[in-house]
Design a binder for this molecule. Structure first.
Ligand SMILES: N[C@@H](CC(=O)O)C(=O)NCC(=O)O
Length: 729
């Protein structure tokens, strides 16, 4: 379709789109489509690792591995999308078809997260986990195909809508496009974690992952509808054949031809790509040389993405062990990822309008490759910060028993002081209703206990299961049964607090609260654990006609055992009379401590990613900009595979050590990159292409001159031969 021209207004944008303030109206649909699509993608991605961990019950390592495999796939499929669009369907149809695939994938994810589908015994947990795993994996595959496939098409399709005279508007469009990406990502990363934290279900209420995936699915459908609505206004360039295929064929021919002429008798050529000259145009060969130069520089880049993309996996898991109470609002671990788009929206304008001009004023030549090097160093710094935060968290985490150990706490349910000697330990003295502060640790599953209360002394042998944490409940009468109860052996998940009550009274006690019901607890018995969110909770204790209230503030990730003492009076003093055992301390390291690492990684992203995209675009020949974009996205895919390989090979027992390892690897790669960058010479592809075109034109001129001369000669020959004929006659 040719550009439309209005004789009065001059050139108009391509397609049938009207213009608003000099911009084709059609780009409005493309920008809204991108906003909704990125909302869908980042919203789903924000809760993905927690869905793996808490819904599918995978461990941290498996959850991280599958997460990065998925992200890697999302960045491998752009090559496929570019090939389909360029050589077969065109960008418009490719976007439509792959968006449908994408939306089906999102719906599959939402359905896979409905626990009621297989919860036949209605206990709140899925009974056929295979169904949920298979459906979610199919969903993720479709999403990876859809999101990656349309990625190289949408921005380029937007760019296509502008005429050659709208260079300035096209640049503004790309900036707005990038802001839309981060606007969509910001909004969805706030919203989907909130939806995930809700309870929903038919038979039982569970965390609402289905809604957290359902809303992104709906947004993807909106994205598709908005894109289709603009259909009549778009400029739809016809597929122009696959340049990627041409590039591959030309490279293949150069290699084959070089191999065929490998003997000393053949003169050397300046560049190995020159061996394609026999079959391919010089211009194409020169363009491929430019692309290869940039692709060679890409080799160290995946390491940046290896670190960058861990904010959605390792960093989110790190946040689950932290305190998200920001006073006015409580932040979910997965919501911390919003810090990245927030910082992008502020840092990009600050860098462009303040920092870079300031550096230029200081007379420094801050070239794109130097910026990218600094970006890498900033990302490494971010991981050093993450390691420091991890060390702080580790200090506050409980030490759970190893597989060969047993940990034991004592709880005196009686109203006399008890002296207890465990094996050869120092005797512990427990006042009435007191719990020992720390766990006793044993490397055996059999211990002897000597307990004395008043004139009663009892000597018993107790057996344990190794690897467990337990509490030994010492009864009012030591001669009666000693109850052993299991304590939690890991931090309660998702920042919840695990609470239970032990009834030391000689009568039944009913314990309830607005958030959890512990039911009737038999004398000298205990309730199950209930999971409670952070905040203040008031428990109501009732025994016969007597009752009292006990209130308590909870943080994140703690576990408490509350003891109702034998002599509880149910009077005013109930608040003071209940004894509490803090079995697992609440998360005390604040999530705000993750902000420095987010700041460094985002500053790194602005310097590395935004500059890198611009660099790739500026150094690519006119017809191979998409090839380099696909190459750039491919580095993201490789980066995500490296996470899997390094994490699998290193298998470091301490998370902080893994962070330091990644930071060190990036610094090493950064040194290699800076050496490569030092030897890189910037080019102007348009100028080089123009030279080749001029040579071609000159050749063309020479050819036509030669042709004319030949015709003249033929004419002259024929004239002279006819003259000869005449003469001979
Ligand atoms: N800063 C990211 C968005 C995010 O991680 O929230 C970004 O701009 N990514 C580029 C994209 O195309 O998604």
């Amino acid at each position: 379709m040719a550009d439309k021209e209005d004789p009065k207004k001059g050139k108009r944008s391509k397609g049938t789109s009207k213009e608003v303030c000099g911009y084709p109206l059609s780009i409005f649909f493309i920008v809204v489509n991108e906003f909704c699509e990125r909302f869908s993608y980042y919203g789903m991605r924000a809760v993905l690792v927690l869905y793996f961990k808490y819904f599918l019950r995978w461990d941290d390592d498996l959850a991280t591995s599958i997460y990065h495999t998925f992200v890697a796939l999302c960045y491998l499929t752009p090559i496929l999308g570019a090939i389909v669009a360029d050589s077969w369907l065109g960008k418009f149809k490719t976007i439509i078809y792959l968006s449908i695939v994408y939306a089906i994938g999102q719906v599959a994810m939402a359905v896979s997260a409905i626990h009621d589908i297989t919860d036949t015994d209605r206990d709140g947990t899925p009974d056929n986990m295979t169904f949920h795993v298979v459906l979610s994996m199919v969903g993720l595959l479709l999403i990876a195909l859809g999101t990656g496939g349309i990625k190289p098409c949408v921005a380029a399709f937007g760019g296509d809508q502008f005429g050659d005279h709208q260079e300035k508007q096209r640049r503004t469009f790309f900036s707005v496009f990038y802001l839309c990406i981060n606007g969509g990502s910001l909004l969805s990363t706030i919203i989907t974690p909130i939806l995930r934290a809700q309870n929903c279900g038919i038979y039982s209420k569970q965390k609402c992952y289905s809604l957290a995936f359902g809303v992104p699915a709906a947004l993807m459908m909106v994205a598709l509808v908005v894109f289709i609505l603009g259909s009549g206004m778009y400029y739809k360039a016809k597929p122009q054949g696959n340049i990627m295929l041409d590039v591959c064929k030309c490279i293949g021919f150069a290699i084959k031809n070089r191999y065929r002429h490998r003997g000393n008798q053949y003169p050397k050529r300046k560049h190995w790509m020159d061996w394609a000259e026999e079959k391919y145009e010089k211009l194409l060969i020169a363009q491929i040389k430019m692309v290869l130069k940039v692709l060679f520089l890409y080799i160290p880049l995946p390491m940046f993405w290896t670190l960058f993309d861990q904010k959605g996996s390792r960093w989110t898991l790190q946040a689950t062990t932290m305190n998200g109470d920001f006073g006015l609002l409580v932040i979910q671990p997965d919501q911390m990822q919003t810090v990245n788009p927030i910082l992008i929206l502020t840092l990009v304008p600050v860098m462009d309008s303040l920092i870079y001009p300031l550096i230029k004023k200081c007379g420094l030549n801050f070239t794109p490759l130097k910026r990218m090097t600094v970006g890498m160093i900033l990302a490494a710094l971010a991981f050093v910060c993450a390691a420091v935060v991890q060390l702080q968290i580790d200090k506050t985490l409980p030490v759970f028993p190893s597989a060969s150990q047993v940990q034991l706490k004592l709880l005196n349910m009686g109203n006399k002081t008890v002296t207890v000697q465990l094996q050869d330990n120092e005797p512990a003295i427990l006042a009435p209703a007191q719990v020992s502060d720390e766990y006793f640790v044993f490397d055996t599953d059999q211990i002897t206990v000597l307990a004395t209360a008043g004139s009663t002394t009892v000597h018993r042998g107790i057996s344990f299961t190794k690897g467990k944490r337990q509490k030994l409940l010492l009864p009012l009468d030591l001669n009666k049964e000693w109850v052993q109860i299991d304590d939690l052996n890991s931090k309660p998940e998702e920042g919840n607090n695990a609470i239970r009550f032990v009834n030391g009274k000689n009568a039944e006690v009913n314990v309830s609260s607005a958030v959890a019901n512990f039911g009737i607890i038999q004398p000298f018995h205990y309730s199950n654990y209930s999971l409670i969110k952070n905040g203040k909770v008031t428990f109501n204790l009732q025994s016969g006609s007597e009752s009292c209230e006990y209130s308590r503030d909870f943080g994140f990730g703690s576990s408490f055992t509350f003891l109702i003492p034998n002599n509880l009076t149910f009077g005013q003093n109930c608040q003071e009379e209940i004894t509490s055992a803090e079995d697992i301390k609440p998360n005390s390291v604040h999530m705000a401590l993750q902000i420095p690492q987010y700041f460094f990684i985002t500053a790194g992203e602005v310097m590395f990613s935004v500059t890198g995209l611009e660099f790739s675009y500026s150094q690519a020949p006119s017809n191979m900009k998409a090839v380099l974009q696909a190459g750039w996205l491919f580095t993201v895919a490789i980066g995500n595979f490296i996470v899997l390989i390094v994490a699998e090979l290193a298998k470091l027992p301490k998370q902080w050590a893994e962070y330091v390892l990644f930071a060190s690897l990036l610094v090493a790669v950064c040194i290699i990159f800076s050496i490569m960058a030092y030897f890189y010479t910037y080019i102007d592809p348009a100028e080089i292409e123009a030279q080749f075109k001029k040579v071609d034109d000159d050749d063309e001129d020479d050819k036509s001159k030669q042709q004319k001369a030949e015709i003249e000669m033929v004419k002259r020959d024929s004239v002279s031969s006819s003259e000869d004929d005449e003469k001979s006659k």
